[in-house]
Design a protein around this ligand. Structure first.
Ligand SMILES: [Zn+2]
Length: 364
């Protein structure tokens, strides 16, 4: 952050507002009115409400508990929300594409075989044997995609857990902006460094890329893709991301939570000496035990009767020994990192499914 603060008098309440030179959208800390760089009012400023501090704290404690870290030994030293600026850009788009699809057709070849009839006479008969051939077909289609694109209005966002936060952010349940609500949550309010015009351009690029990805899904190769995109007036919205710090055995760890759901999106888990030793023992045991089993398996491969069992034992042992990397890695690190990857993964799968569905609908 630069210390070079400018000031400006608020047109609405007359208070002197502090401004950073990089801010392109400014909200008055006293009356909550929002302005652009020319000090013209920006109407319709919205916000995503947040869960209160107590709920966030409870969720962080539950997160530690779930990850086998005794919450009684952890001290929360910092807990605050950052209200991050977003532009929500509504859009309509129509996409037309050409591509190549990979498919297969069944062909038959004529073969002969010798069969015995009921009388025991051997004769030769011909039959058709099916086989698959890969074919490439041209495909053309179009689809409509409408919605809204959330554009972060900061140039650099170095908040812990920011990517996880963004991937779970929908900005659906927004309410009218009120500065009092920010203060009640003891939050940091962050002005935008990206204006509405730039946000629209950013959104245009993202929409085009997503349309291209949707067209390419299910195709072997996308040859041409044209998107006709209309963007509407962006809505200025602030969304809360909580940053929590706690100490455990004299070390500091971070946890982030999404304000609207109150859910932890990412967090660091301390690995105590006890847990590290346990991981070390498990890792070493895996190597030793499966080393022995693997050796036994190797011996068995020399005897015809036990050859298959021996090979299976050998394969299982090699895989199990490979897995010893996981506990051993933990044995030599200070902390673990847990994030909502599962939820995010589910979310992505859902989106992909919806995309495929939309594609099928749009095809002619
Ligand atoms: Zn004001």
């Amino acid at each position: 952050m630069t210390e070079n603060k400018l000031t400006h008098k608020c047109k609405t309440c007359g208070a002197v507002i502090k401004i950073s030179p990089e801010d392109l959208v400014i909200t008055c800390q006293y009356c909550g009115e929002t302005y652009d760089v020319d000090f013209e009012k920006i109407p319709g400023h919205k916000m995503l409400p947040t869960q209160d501090k107590r709920t966030i704290k409870e969720n962080v404690i539950a997160f530690l508990d779930k990850n086998r870290t005794d919450p009684d030994l952890a001290t929360i030293t910092e807990i605050r929300a950052n209200y991050l600026p977003y532009w929500v850009v509504p859009f309509n788009s129509h996409t037309h594409y050409y591509g190549v699809e990979r498919g297969s057709v069944t062909r038959y070849r004529t073969k002969t075989r010798r069969v015995k009839d009921a009388n025991g006479n051997v004769r030769t008969e011909t039959y058709k044997e099916p086989y698959q051939v890969t074919v490439w077909r041209p495909r053309e289609g179009d689809f409509n995609r409408n919605g809204k694109e959330n554009i972060i209005a900061r140039k650099h966002t170095a908040f812990y857990g920011f990517n996880e936060f963004e991937r779970t952010l929908y900005l659906d349940n927004i309410i009218d902006f009120e500065y009092d609500k920010i203060e009640a949550a003891e939050s940091d309010f962050i002005n935008a460094e990206v204006d509405a015009h730039e946000a629209k351009m950013d959104a245009y690029g993202k929409i085009e890329n997503d349309n291209r990805a949707q067209a390419a899904s299910g195709l072997h190769k996308l040859v041409r893709c044209d998107s006709d995109i209309q963007t509407g007036d962006p809505l200025y919205v602030h969304a809360p991301l909580w940053e929590v710090r706690y100490t455990f055995e004299n070390k500091v760890f971070k946890v982030s939570a999404a304000g609207d759901s109150g859910k932890v999106v990412k967090g660091e888990i301390p690995l105590t000496l006890k847990r590290r030793i346990l991981n070390y023992i498990i890792g070493m045991l895996l190597i030793v035990i499966f080393g022995i089993i693997g050796n036994v398996g190797l011996g068995m491969t020399n005897v015809a009767d036990t050859e298959t069992t021996g090979i299976i034992l050998l394969i299982v042992s090699v895989i199990a020994m490979g897995f010893s990397v996981l506990p051993l890695k933990n044995a030599f690190s200070i902390q673990l990192e847990k994030s909502m990857e599962k939820d995010i993964h589910k979310d992505r799968k859902k989106k992909l499914k919806a995309r495929r569905k939309a594609l099928k609908k749009g095809d002619k």
